[in-house]
Design a protein around this ligand. Structure first.
Ligand code: C2E
Ligand code: MG
Ligand code: MG
Length: 637
């Protein structure tokens, strides 16, 4: 190989630089980079000659000149371009003369502005340089480029030899991928139907909001919102209407909250609102009231107005919990309390609620075991004809003997059984026990006294009660005519519209066709819509004991009872007064024309083997059992 003094001096410089700085990385860069470097070094040599020795081009310059990548040499002191190869000039559309006059930042800058990072690296006198930036061409074309190169010392001058690589395609692919990813992230963190953020979003943002409140020493509120009777709307007016309603509800909640607050659809008809930086508890009241008011406006769907309400439970950071889990749990508990208080209201969490909820959960978990473990039993209480003191029927009342809690009253567990659906098998158990016991009494020669059974609305909706009754009465050889079925007024009324209403009405009609009679229990405590009494044939009304208790002293109770009796007479329905504890009450009811009564005064609920005295067909001897309601209450009978 012919000796070339320029090349060898350049190589010497390059090798010196390599030794001085990064011998190892030079090795790693491989042949390609070395070639580029040699090209750059050759260019430097040429430059050095041009500037220091008066210029002139040699064969060694070919690599620099012919490289398909744009290459340039920058003066580290002035930050000016001193040389550029044809590939770069072609790509930029400027001549070398023009380039030399232009500031570096005019050529290489990204969308965000001048290449501060590039200039900073140059100013810092970095040995190696690698940066991604933009390249602005004369035509206005913008390319994404990678600039890489080295610092070299030529005499006392410090230069940078840089190679540009067009990464526009890679950037475009990356941007598309990013966009796709962001779209997927959005989908994953948002609810399709309402467009609101979802529970994943909440999980990602609520902890941060709590931390922020902690740092700022401020309060934060979590509002748990559940629509009232949404299932009913969905079932009666269809899922499409339900979906439209949810969308409107989502918009209204969003519109009543501040932009910084988080509004999330948790799923179904549940929403969460996180109020950040709550200054005073009144602020929560205001927001909750605003939401309630906004929802109260009827929503017109397909030309038909629909009214929806919500129950809202509120928990407060730091008072009710310090973590997302705690705050959500407590707001959920408070929401259930709002439901219990008649829906369409909001409740702030309190520790008492938690105790009640725990008790309720304990009941829920042990109820199933109680049912399977034969802790459930029934007692019977006579319904007596006031004039004759003869027994009209025996009412079956469920009893739970809990091994640890003692006697648990039905009021505490029937609602739980309804919520869990366990009321269906439990109700069937009660029904079968009543029919079975009737068969045993009949076999023993008792008078034909009908048996009355309380039926839950859930039982009526979720099971084929007429078929069950046919099966059980047939099995035990008892006529369905021996049955009186007690349905609570509110349960029947609440379901009267839509699908359930029809099926409830059909079920009642079928039960009456079988020969069973129907009583409306606790009459007066529900919505007291009297029109359904006319439409749905019922046989008895049982006036709730709440009206009977103060009948003798309270004029309005007297007026109500009087009105019920008069109305029932016109509709040809018999009346039973519940909860008679005193002779004066009984006498008053007799005067008002009430036919039947039930209460501790007449007979208390008793287990199967103590009921024979009610089944003789003879009038009850009321003098033999003086009433002692308090002691009876205390024993749970
Ligand atoms: P209900 O059907 O109105 O039953 C009458 C309730 O009043 C019974 O309470 C009875 O023990 C009580 N009672 C009767 N006479 C008097 C009185 O003179 N004074 C007072 N203070 N109370 C009296 P119990 O047995 O605790 O039942 C409560 C409610 O639980 C029932 O009210 C009924 O709604 C429900 N329930 C009871 N057994 C069943 C059942 O087998 N299935 C369903 N679904 N519900 C049941
Ligand atoms: Mg009853
Ligand atoms: Mg009742």
């Amino acid at each position: 190989m012919r000796h070339c003094p320029v090349r060898s001096s350049c190589l010497r410089q390059t090798l010196a630089f390599g030794r001085r700085e990064e011998v190892k990385s030079l090795e790693l860069l491989g042949a390609m980079l070395a070639l580029a470097l040699i090209g750059a070094a050759v260019a430097l040599g040429q430059l050095a000659r041009r500037h220091r020795f008066g210029g002139g081009r040699g064969a060694h310059h070919a690599a620099f000149e012919q490289s398909p990548h744009g290459m340039l040499v920058v003066d580290a002191g002035s930050l000016k371009i001193v040389d550029a190869n044809p590939a770069l000039l072609r790509s930029l559309g400027y001549s070398l003369r023009e380039l030399r006059k232009m500031p570096l930042a005019e050529i290489f800058s990204d969308n965000a502005g001048p290449p501060e990072a590039l200039l900073a690296q140059l100013r810092q006198d970095a040995a190696r340089l690698l940066i991604e930036t933009g390249q602005c061409c004369r035509s206005g074309r913008f390319l994404h480029v990678e600039l890489s190169g080295y610092r070299v010392e030529v005499g006392r001058r410090i230069l940078y030899t840089l190679t540009t690589r067009d990464i526009t395609v890679r950037r475009r692919v990356e941007a598309q991928q990013l966009e796709k990813q962001q779209h997927l992230d959005h989908l994953a963190h948002h609810d399709q139907l309402t467009g609101l953020p979802n529970r994943l979003f909440l999980a990602a943002h609520l902890p941060g909001a709590i931390d922020e409140a902690k740092r700022g020493n401020s309060m934060l509120a979590v509002l748990f919102l559940d629509l009232d009777r949404f299932k009913h709307i969905n079932d009666s007016r269809g899922h499409e209407t339900g979906d439209k309603l949810l969308k409107t509800v989502a918009q209204r909640i969003r519109a009543t909250t501040r932009t910084e607050d988080i509004v999330v659809r948790m799923g179904g008809d549940e929403f969460i609102v996180v109020l950040k930086t709550v200054a005073t508890p009144e602020q929560i009241n205001e927001t909750a009231s605003r939401i309630t008011e906004a929802l109260a406006e009827p929503v017109v769907i397909d030309g038909r107005p629909l009214v929806t309400t919500a129950s809202i439970g509120v928990s407060l950071f730091p008072r009710d919990g310090a973590t997302m889990g705690e705050l959500l749990r407590q707001s959920d508990t408070a929401m259930y309390q709002a439901k219990d208080r008649g829906r369409n209201n909001f409740q702030l969490f309190s520790p008492v609620m938690e105790r009640k909820l725990k008790e309720r959960m304990a009941i829920e978990s042990s109820l199933r075991a109680a049912f399977q473990g034969r802790q459930l039993d029934v007692h019977y209480q006579p319904i007596v004809e006031i004039e004759s003191h003869r027994v009209l029927a025996l009412e079956t009342l469920l009893r739970w003997r809990h091994p640890a809690l003692g006697s648990v009253p039905p009021e505490r567990f029937v609602a739980v059984a309804e919520e869990t659906g366990l009321i269906v098998p439990i109700g069937e158990f009660v029904l079968e026990r009543a029919i079975e016991d009737t068969a045993r009494w009949q076999a023993a020669g008792a008078a034909a006294v009908p048996i009355s059974v309380n039926i839950s609305a859930v039982q009526l909706q979720r099971s084929d009660l007429p078929a069950t009754i046919t099966r059980l009465t047939h099995k035990h050889g008892v006529s369905p005519r021996m049955l009186l079925l007690e349905l609570t007024e509110s349960a029947v009324f609440e379901q009267r519209e839509g699908r359930y209403g029809d099926s409830t009405r059909d079920a009642i009609a079928r039960l009456r066709e079988l020969g069973a009679r129907i009583a409306i229990d606790d009459f007066g405590t529900g919505y007291s819509s009297l029109s359904y009494l006319k439409r749905w044939r019922v046989d008895y009304l049982k006036i709730d004991r709440g009206f009977v208790r103060d009948l003798v002293t309270d004029m309005s109770d007297l007026a109500i009872v009087e009105a019920i009796i008069a109305m029932a007479r016109h509709l040809n329905i018999e009346v039973v007064a519940e909860g008679i504890e005193g002779w004066q009450q009984l006498e008053k009811l007799r005067q008002l024309g009430c036919s039947y009564a039930q209460g501790y005064l007449l007979a208390r609920p008793a287990p199967f083997d103590q009921c024979w005295r009610y089944l003789t067909g003879q009038p009850l001897d009321l003098t033999s059992q003086p009433p002692s309601p308090e002691s009876l209450e205390a024993t749970g009978t």
